[in-house]
Design a protein around this ligand. Structure first.
Ligand code: KG4
Ligand code: ZN
Length: 339
């Protein structure tokens, strides 16, 4: 099946075509992304109404572009997959309506997929793809979860954040440090100049058993540290970098400790890391070390498939459509909150 994938859940318009006949790293025929990040940066975060309007402007031209790059006509498609949630409802509806409109016109099936399942299986697009079963760490702006993955659709939640997601904590820390949106990569870049020995921030919830996370206390700790430095007249560029470094180390360490625990508990030897925060280099170092000590292997999506993209949606949609799944009663689906 050659399936068009559409991602419009937040501030990236992503489109791709996946061919299930090729698989094994070759299935992705083409993909393209239009990022709205610059537009929202002016407001310090995503403005939902602007996001929907921009998806409306960019989606159809992007679909034409991707089909052109794949050397395909619309009539060559066997199905359309789109992100049905979770996400911003207006933004989701642009993708859902476009997918169902195309599917109706072409007489092919449409299927809404879960955004986080897309992230979860994004490493399957790589030539070095993990075999099932594996432990997955999902770390994005909205989620921090550990999942045991036995196969497509066979997921068991091992633990998750009881408050802020890791990416959210990065974004909030960026704001406290006067860094522009989106904050994660900016905090990471600033941390490069930081002295790791100057501060040590807490590793929340690592002193007790279990696989849940909490990042809101760390956020408060960071704010207190910033205020103290400011009061002492030491909130210089170096001071800000030292705080960024302490924060990044605390998040990377906390995530690594829980991943170690999840591998030990399940006895599994493969760890998949996905979602925007999986682009973080220090986190990758920690996880690679932890895996090496256990003779386990860590798998990551390539850089541009760590954050939101159409390829992961095309992949999951293609697999599910090929297995016979369809949107029930042919209705489009836009589910802003979808556990
Ligand atoms: O998966 P994603 O693109 O969107 C969501 O579904 O949330 O993740 C975006 C999140 C943001 O919070 C962003 O700050 C964070 O991932 N992020 C990073 C890095 N790159 C993106 N956080 C830390 N280090 C990075 N290099
Ligand atoms: Zn995402």
């Amino acid at each position: 099946m050659r399936v068009l994938g559409i991602e419009t859940s937040c501030d990236e318009t992503g489109v791709a075509v996946y061919d299930t006949a090729l698989d094994g790293g070759d299935g992705l025929l083409a993909d393209a992304l239009y990022s709205q990040v610059a537009m929202h940066a002016e407001y310090g975060g995503v403005v939902p109404e602007l996001a929907s309007r921009d998806h409306t402007r960019k989606l159809l031209p992007l679909i034409e572009q991707v089909l052109g790059e794949a050397g395909m006509a619309r009539g060559d498609l066997d199905g359309v997959a789109y992100t049905a949630g979770p996400g911003l409802v207006g933004a989701l509806m642009v993708g859902a309506a476009t997918a169902h409109g195309m599917a109706r016109a072409l007489g092919i099936p449409a299927l809404g997929v879960h955004h986080m399942e897309g992230h979860l299986l994004a490493p399957m697009l790589e030539r070095k793809a993990p075999a099932f079963p594996f432990v997955a760490l999902l770390v994005s702006g909205g989620h921090t979860q550990l999942v045991e993955v036995r196969g497509l659709g066979e997921y068991r939640l091992l633990g998750e954040s009881v408050d802020d997601a890791a990416g959210e904590a990065f974004d909030k820390t960026a704001k406290m440090l006067d860094l522009p949106y989106p904050g994660g990569p900016r905090v990471a870049a600033l941390a490069e100049q930081g002295d790791p020995a100057r501060f040590r921030f807490p590793r929340p919830m690592t002193d007790r058993p279990g696989l849940d996370f909490s990042f809101s206390g760390l956020k408060t700790h960071t704010l207190t540290a910033i205020r103290k430095l400011d009061a002492a007249g030491e909130l210089t560029e170096q001071g800000r970098a030292d705080i960024a470094r302490a924060f990044e180390d605390a998040v990377a360490d906390t995530l690594t400790i829980k991943c170690r625990r999840a591998l030990d508990q399940t006895g599994l030897k493969r760890l998949v890391v996905a979602g925007g925060v999986s682009a973080n280099v220090r986190l990758r170092q920690g996880l690679d070390d932890a895996c090496a000590k256990r003779r386990a292997t860590a798998f990551y999506p390539r850089g541009r498939f760590c954050t939101d993209n159409g390829a992961m949606i095309a992949y999951v949609g293609a697999k599910r459509l090929a297995a016979g799944e369809r949107d029930e009663t042919g209705q489009m689906q836009a589910t802003p909150r979808w556990p």
